[in-house]
Ligand binder design. Structure first.
Ligand SMILES: [Zn+2]
Length: 315
């Protein structure tokens, strides 16, 4: 059976009928209880990725990986860390303002046994809408009423600037300004629940920021560590497991400084490949854990099999 026929068969079997994403999984990292909760799957126009690269070249690469979708399908994986009285989320998802396939974090947290009132801290990797809009509901009130929201000073200063530099982005100025307004509105509603952190200092004894600028100026990854065990949340260093691993310089229109983001992406992937670092990603396929492999001058995502003894899947 050729590939097209196979895909047609699968579609007829209903495997591609999309239902609302749900689910969570958890495991121990030293004394930390780690829970991954899905906010859903975002559907993005293919033109948002690899701007300036011939569409035929991009489509061929996707086709080689059996991806024929009209859209890029990006997971929204939310990292939750529980220890003592603290429940910490890293990012807050897309919120309920757009399509139904994302913004599912609140109900999936509840399914995982975590009430919205019990969340004590939310640490933001950066201030893009798919990471912060879940902080505020349609009535412009706080989704997590008792949570401090932590954002890097560099990121805050950029979005609050009267004249942010969007000249190095490949997005339209209108889109950039729209995203800026969303960030400013969100910060205003958060009021004094918004806490700014210095990227050079640990946030808690288990979370250390690693500034990785380019995607946004204050874009941070986070090292999560406990009892000699560690992984890195790599935030939006990559958005998909194919084109940005094969061609880290292809980038996205969402990169505020396109060239710097490409350099950072390449450097970080190289570093992860050399160190065989276990990493977690917001946008890579659920549940987002894996490793980076270097193959000649390019990279490959090696997804961690999550049904291993170290994981305990919650049902
Ligand atoms: Zn994102």
């Amino acid at each position: 059976m050729n590939k097209k026929m196979f895909n047609k068969e699968i579609k007829q079997m209903g495997a591609f009928q999309f239902s609302v994403p749900s689910g969570h999984m958890n495991f121990q990292l030293g004394h930390l209880n780690i829970i991954i909760v899905t906010d859903g799957i975002g559907y993005y126009d293919k033109n948002c990725f690899a701007p300036g690269i011939a569409r035929g070249e991009v489509n061929q690469l996707l086709d080689d990986h059996y991806i024929e979708s009209e859209y890029f399908e990006l997971a929204h994986n939310i990292l939750v860390i529980q220890t003592g009285d603290r429940t910490v989320l890293v990012d807050a998802g897309n919120g309920d303002g757009s399509e139904k396939s994302v913004g599912r974090l609140p109900e999936n947290l509840l399914h995982a046994g975590i009430s919205l009132q019990s969340v004590t801290d939310i640490v933001l990797t950066h201030a893009h809408p798919d990471h912060i809009n879940g902080l505020i509901n349609k009535e412009n009130t706080l989704v997590f009423p008792h949570a401090d929201v932590h954002l890097s000073k560099t990121e805050y200063n950029f979005w609050m600037s009267a004249t942010p530099d969007f000249s190095k982005s490949k997005n339209t100025i209108e889109s950039c300004l729209f995203v800026q307004q969303q960030a400013k509105d969100c910060f205003t509603i958060l009021g004094n629940q918004l806490k700014l952190f210095n990227e050079a200092e640990p946030l808690f004894d288990f979370l250390t920021p690693v500034l990785a600028p380019g995607h946004t100026p204050g874009h941070c990854m986070f090292a999560v560590s406990a009892n000699d065990e560690m992984f890195i949340h790599m935030a939006d260093i990559v958005h998909d497991e194919i084109i940005l691993f094969s061609n880290p310089h292809w980038g996205t229109i969402f990169d505020i400084d396109f060239e710097l983001a490409a350099t950072t992406r390449k450097d970080i992937l190289d570093q992860f490949a050399r160190s065989r670092q276990r990493v977690f990603s917001y946008h890579l396929p659920w549940p987002g854990f894996g490793y980076v492999q270097k193959v000649d001058s390019t990279y490959k995502w090696v997804q961690e099999r999550y049904l291993t003894p170290q994981f305990r899947k919650s049902i």
